[in-house]
Design a protein around this ligand. Structure first.
Ligand code: ADP
Length: 249
């Protein structure tokens, strides 16, 4: 599993810490969701896990080993990450997915399977040159521009293609509508059974599916537990959940 052991973090030149004394164990194979208002530290948590920064205090362990002891190459092989500002490559659809794992770039069947998992396959089959369609218009005038939601599905397919043990999704579906996100994650739950996933989402219809929900407020974990446990607790999570649910009634 992944363990954050008393992790605190202050950005270089920042006066106050962004994360404070984070203690969290994520069991291998579990799906966890991080929730909290903007600025509560969710993305920073993910950045530390990916070693874009190292904790100012405390340590992060994977299977009991401090992540600083892994080579970056090994760490990055085990992590599949999609950030909010996911990459769009000026390349074909197949390459955009295949860049998730350069070693397998030419495995067309696997690329297609990944696109099916992410829900991208459907719109790809409508493109003129299907998987060979050039995406983006910067180098090729006749290139195809996708909608944000479609790019996100391509990015998600790239993460599936990588087949990493740990999947980190930082609001990967913000541009997809709520129903599409819900369906994607229902599928996702099934597809990532063997994997550990860390999801950041503002949509409680998705968050509630996680094995464990962790609530961050001002850089601290204030609650954690399953959807049902947290609703019963009637704390911050239940407040936020009901607030959003009201909007849908
Ligand atoms: P969330 O993902 O929950 O919205 P973030 O982790 O992105 O929150 O940000 C948490 C806090 O850290 C915010 O107050 C933000 O301003 C600050 N922060 C984020 N990135 C940097 C940075 N590169 N340098 C300094 N402060 C940062």
């Amino acid at each position: 599993g992944i363990e954050f052991r008393n992790v605190s973090f202050t950005y270089p030149n920042a006066k106050k810490p962004t994360l404070k004394n984070i203690n969290l164990f994520i069991k291998a194979g579990d799906n966890i969701a991080l929730v909290g208002e903007n600025g509560s530290g969710k993305t920073t948590f993910v950045k530390l896990l990916c070693r874009l920064y190292d904790p100012t205090e405390g340590e992060i362990l994977i299977d009991g080993v401090n992540i600083k002891e892994f080579s970056l190459k090994d760490l990055y092989e085990s992590l599949g990450v999609i950030f909010q500002d996911f990459m769009k490559y000026e390349a074909t659809v197949a390459e955009n997915i295949g860049y998730g794992n350069i070693k397998n770039l030419t495995k067309g069947k696997k690329i297609e399977e990944s696109a099916k998992k992410s829900g991208a396959h459907e719109f790809i089959t409508d493109l003129e040159n299907v998987y060979k369609t050039h995406l983006g218009k910067i180098i090729k005038d006749e290139g195809t521009e996708l909608s944000v939601g479609q790019w996100q599905k391509v990015a998600l397919a790239r993460a599936f293609f990588k087949d990493a043990q740990i999947m980190v999704l930082d609001e990967p579906t913000a541009a997809v509508d709520a129903k599409a996100e819900y369906e994607l994650f229902r599928k996702f739950e099934h597809l990532t059974k063997e994997k550990t996933t860390v999801l950041i989402s503002h949509r409680f219809s998705t968050v509630r599916m996680a094995d464990k929900i962790v609530v961050l407020e001002n850089g601290k974990i204030t609650e954690s537990g399953s959807h049902i446990e947290l609703l019963r607790k009637r704390g911050r999570y239940s407040q936020l959940f009901n607030l959003q649910a009201k909007g849908y009634k």
